[in-house]
Design a protein around this ligand. Structure first.
Ligand SMILES: [Zn+2]
Length: 270
């Protein structure tokens, strides 16, 4: 259900400026060309962000008129997002650390003064799962971690030095088992939900990672927005396939008739 009332006016205001002052293509200074604004709902209330956008004014440049938005904007919220990353982090923490259901998380947010509907809580939880997965699979971070672990390489894994030590302790089984346990505890269902089947790739990761480390809002800021968008579109593709299967099972005649109509429309000349 969509929100029925307007959002409360912003209580605070922040002005953000693009720190990159020179064009990355032609090297000329970029002036502030636009001043735009967006309102974000955070745990501290609604906040208006005034954004000073720079553009390259050199007509000969390949990046002519390309908008450069303030870098700090990403630390507040996702592109086109209405809620701040701190709200997303809290939703994830309540789900995966405190094992709350969606209605309980919704109530907890309402108690904190966040104007939100229940359906949006589900969407924010999905964003949390995606962002945690993107954070953990960030290539730059992984490369750094690999460098550090390589420096401790001698003696790090004794199982490779000692012939008697077993090389596995069923970590993977425990990993999936803990995710299954959490799902059962939160939803009360013994069997895996359809959502777990579709979004398992991010849900299991978020579930296990959140128990080991509570993620804060700034940590969820994606270093690579394209990577997050790709992951999200892949998951949406799975969702759409599942929706089509459901529609077919519910009414095969209607589904096939709609498909036939769509095909005949596409085959007709314009
Ligand atoms: Zn330029």
């Amino acid at each position: 259900m969509a929100r029925k009332s307007c959002r409360a006016p912003a209580a605070t205001e922040h002005t953000l400026t693009c720190l990159q002052t020179h064009c990355g293509s032609c090297g000329r200074p970029m002036a502030v060309a636009d001043r735009t604004q967006r309102t974000i709902t955070t745990l501290q209330g609604n906040c208006r962000l005034i954004l000073r956008v720079r553009r390259c004014r050199n007509p000969a440049c390949a990046w002519y008129h390309r908008a450069f938005r303030p870098e700090e904007e990403g630390k507040w919220a996702l592109p086109h997002g209405e809620f701040g990353l701190d709200v997303i982090a809290l939703v994830g923490m309540l789900r995966y650390t405190s094992h709350r259901s969606i209605p309980e998380i919704h109530q907890a947010l309402r108690d904190r003064g966040v104007q939100i509907v229940e359906r949006t809580v589900t969407h924010l939880l999905q964003r949390y799962e995606e962002l945690v997965t993107v954070h953990l699979t960030d290539q730059r971070r992984l490369r750094n971690q690999f460098k550090v672990t390589t420096s401790y390489w001698p003696g790090l894994f004794h199982c490779y030095d000692q012939a008697d030590l077993p090389r596995t302790n069923n970590d993977q089984e425990q990993y999936f088992g803990s995710a299954r346990y959490l799902e059962r505890r939160t939803t009360g269902c013994k069997q895996a939900s359809p959502g777990m089947v579709i979004r398992g790739a991010v849900r299991v990761v978020a579930s296990v990672a959140s128990r080991l480390h509570p993620f804060s809002g700034p940590e969820l800021c994606p270093t690579d927005v394209t990577c997050w968008r790709t992951l999200r579109s892949e998951l949406n593709h799975h969702h759409e396939a599942r929706r089509m299967q459901y529609r077919f099972r519910k009414s095969p005649e209607h589904y096939l008739a709609a498909l036939e109509e769509k095909l005949s429309k596409e085959s007709l000349p314009p």
